[in-house]
Design a protein around this ligand. Structure first.
Ligand code: ADP
Length: 350
């Protein structure tokens, strides 16, 4: 049986070396018992850009050969260490999981959700960073009260690094540190891509358990270049009840699911789901409609991660440079629930 598994997997070739994964020693473990076929692939590189593609190919082959079995292919990265080791030329190698936060349109609270999710993850004990790649409205510096920050470039052992800002124990690098709000939008797109590349590869993140990437709204060239530069483990989509029905959200999901992109969509977060007035704490007013995100999630086969109401402290936290999840326990509870779901999903994906 194990011979058969290896024989099948010998058809999977690593695009970089051109060699099959069996002779290159990627198969760390195989098991077939009780209707389950499990394979552990060990990637020598900390963040092999082809890891997910190879895992998917291996799973497809095994599913075809064992249609009645439950097939699971697990990726392990970076030699024997469970955590990826930083690479020489980029500190990005020290990041365990990258989660992209996306939305169909602007103004739905994508940046607010990113900031609060980061804080919730930090509260859970994780080391967290944010890459603010929203070239059209980089709002993370304001959300974390580090608007005037000028990233310093330093050379260490001949390697150039950019020092991220740090606030509430979260490391932050934003395209907003490099472009002025008055810069023409057209120019931004062109120069943003090269600036983002530098931010991705040169930021001295140190070791992070999670890097949250706040993407620009919609879909476009900037997304593709980020996806090409950064190995994203999962995407989270933020929508308001009104926006859920529009085609942009579908396009967002499709972008990640595209076969050339292949990034798992962890799920949808419904923001501004309802409003509760302070004097009527038991009442929920579904001002913009109810249940849309849940229904959309079911229709499109995406998980529903949770909903966040309209809360004054969320808006104020963004204005004051301290995300509400760090100060308002009610808000933290909403985000904690979502963060736990996201963590269990990305961990499951290997
Ligand atoms: P996006 O990143 O999608 O453009 P933002 O995160 O900048 O959107 O949010 C837009 C505005 O809505 C901000 O002023 C923010 O403070 C506010 N906001 C977002 N989510 C909430 C919420 N759940 N409750 C109250 N205000 C919110």
């Amino acid at each position: 049986m194990e011979e058969k598994i290896k024989h099948l997997l010998a058809a999977v070739v690593h695009p970089e070396t051109g060699q099959d994964i069996v002779t290159s020693g990627f198969i760390e473990h195989t098991a077939a018992a009780n209707g389950k076929v499990t394979v552990v692939l060990r990637f020598a590189k900390a963040r092999d850009p082809f890891a997910v593609k190879i895992k998917n190919q291996a799973e497809a082959l095994l599913r075809e050969a064992f249609p009645d079995a439950e097939v699971l292919v697990v990726i392990k990265e970076g030699g024997a260490a469970p955590r990826p080791e930083p690479k020489q030329n980029t500190t990005t190698g020290g990041i365990a999981k990258v989660i992209a936060v996306a939305s169909g349109k602007g103004g739905v609270g994508k940046s607010t959700v990113t900031a609060n999710l980061a804080v919730a993850l930090r509260n859970m004990g994780f080391r967290v960073g944010i890459l603010d790649a929203d070239i059209y409205g980089p709002s993370q510096p304001k959300m974390f009260g580090v608007e005037g920050y000028v990233p310093e470039a330093i050379a260490e052992e001949g390697v150039d690094h950019i020092v991220p800002a740090e606030s509430m124990d979260i490391r932050l690098m934003s395209i907003g540190f490099f472009i002025k709000p008055t810069d023409a939008l057209l120019w931004r797109g062109a120069m943003a891509v090269s600036a983002l590349k530098q931010m991705i590869h040169q930021t001295r993140w140190g070791t992070l358990d999670f890097l949250l990437a706040d993407l620009p709204p919609g879909t476009g060239d900037v997304h593709l270049s980020i996806i090409g530069e950064l190995k994203i483990d999962a995407a989270v989509i933020v929508s308001t009840p009104q926006q859920i029905a529009v085609a942009d959200v579908v396009r967002g999901v499709e972008m990640f699911r595209n076969e050339n992109v292949n990034i798992p969509v962890a799920g949808i977060i419904e923001n501004m789901a309802w409003f509760t007035p302070a004097e009527l704490p038991e009442n929920r007013y579904y001002i913009f409609g109810r249940g849309g995100a849940r229904a959309f999630a079911e229709r499109s086969g995406v998980d529903f991660l949770g909903e966040i109401p309209i809360v004054q402290s969320i808006m104020e936290g963004g204005e004051e440079g301290r995300p509400a999840a760090g100060i308002d326990s009610r808000v933290e509870a909403y985000y904690r629930e979502i963060a736990e779901k996201v963590v269990s999903k990305v961990m499951k994906n290997g």
